[in-house]
Design a protein around this ligand. Structure first.
Ligand SMILES: [Zn+2]
Length: 376
């Protein structure tokens, strides 16, 4: 196994790419989907079950972990991998985005962000340097730069000012990260939906130099059309020989569209969160297991799916345990959703490898348009 962090781009098909990121903790096949393990757990799933769905890497949230149980405690207990019993790669976010969306009483300055915890009101400060320190204490394999993501819509002047600060923070993150063989630091492109600002941001990041690059500031409510509009040019501004990560995306059709535009990595809470609210992602679109039409249906959710929920249980059972709020409901439905997302990634990798991504996309959209099987 390699002791370095490397990216081997193996095939391209149009803008879509497939390859392998190698890390000392294992390989990550790209395009990759990263399930979110916010508080050192992918909710309702054992780590070995997450791995069984085909996930090569998880995402952990710096903001949540720094507040509870704290990065220092996780470090004392041997790091996040040992703490949560996951020995494959982990990517951690910088905490910046969640401070802006979750914390109370925020005060932003050039230095960083002062905030109070949403859990107990305690006061904290996140800076590029502190974010790098926390992500190191956690033992993260892929560390993200500390940046600011401006809320959209914003004026070009506002987006530019925010982007410039994020680029200064990117340099500070790079300096604080230091030289850590086997660990990667990713820069984050900002610039909103303005092409010139995206180009300027990409140029600054390339000057600093990173192991991978994220397209940041999207999936914040701008809508798919605006997001794809940016993805039509933004990935191309980033080095082709490094992984490109689209943060916080997304729905299956967002993911397919992003891969078609040259994205290699994504993460989203959607499959796990939706699993707990009864929304199931399938080849034929979203199924709401709450609906009464499933109450007497002995058929599997998706007869072609090999996950435990589809292999061993009927729609009627899944409907019943969801309605009864049994714990197994969250477990089975989350498993199915994560399985579906990973299978989607696996199918895309296979299609790109043989130059059949266009045919894959056509079938993907046809299957979704066909909709769920008829009720009995
Ligand atoms: Zn399934």
């Amino acid at each position: 196994m390699t002791q370095k962090f490397t990216f081997d781009l193996q095939a391209t098909d149009g803008q879509a790419r497939t390859g392998v990121i190698s890390t000392p903790r294992g390989d990550i096949r790209t395009p990759a989907f990263m399930p979110v393990g916010t508080a050192a757990t992918v909710k309702a799933m054992l780590p070995e079950s997450v791995a069984a769905t085909g996930a090569d890497i998880l995402l952990g949230n710096t903001y949540h972990l720094m507040l509870r149980p704290t990065a220092e405690r996780i470090d004392r207990l041997g790091g996040l991998h040992k703490f949560m019993n996951w020995d494959k790669p982990i990517l951690t976010d910088s905490g910046g985005f969640q401070v802006m969306s979750l914390a109370g009483l925020r005060k932003m300055s050039e230095e960083g962000v002062k905030f109070s915890s949403h859990i107990d009101g305690s006061k904290h400060m996140l800076t590029p340097e502190r974010s790098m320190e926390i992500q190191k204490l956690l033992g993260s394999d892929i560390v993200m730069c500390f940046d600011e993501c401006p809320a959209l819509p914003a004026t070009d002047a506002e987006v530019s000012k925010s982007m410039q600060m994020s680029m200064r923070w990117a340099q500070r993150s790079r300096d604080a990260f230091g030289d850590r063989p086997g660990h990667a630091l990713f820069g984050i492109q900002q610039g909103g939906v303005t092409q010139d600002l995206r180009a300027e941001s990409a140029e600054k990041l390339r000057e600093i130099g990173f192991d991978g690059y994220a397209v940041g500031g999207l999936a914040v409510g701008e809508g798919q059309e605006a997001m794809f509009g940016v993805l039509d040019y933004a990935p191309d501004m980033l080095p082709t020989d490094r992984p490109r990560y689209l943060m916080g995306v997304g729905k299956p059709d967002d993911i397919v569209g992003a891969v078609a535009r040259g994205i290699d990595m994504m993460d989203c809470v959607l499959p796990s969160r939706s699993g707990r609210t009864g929304q199931l992602f399938t080849r034929n679109g979203v199924i709401n297991i709450k609906n009464a039409r499933h109450a007497d249906d002995p058929r599997p959710l998706d007869e072609a799916c090999t996950c435990p929920a589809c292999s061993n249980y009927s729609r009627a059972y899944l409907h019943h345990v969801f309605r009864s709020q049994e714990m197994i409901s969250g477990m089975l439905l989350t498993w199915h959703n994560l399985h579906y997302f990973q299978e989607l990634m696996s199918d895309m990798r296979a299609a790109i490898a043989v130059g059949a991504f266009e045919a894959f996309q056509k079938k993907f959209h046809e299957d979704r348009a066909a909709g769920d099987i008829e009720p009995l």
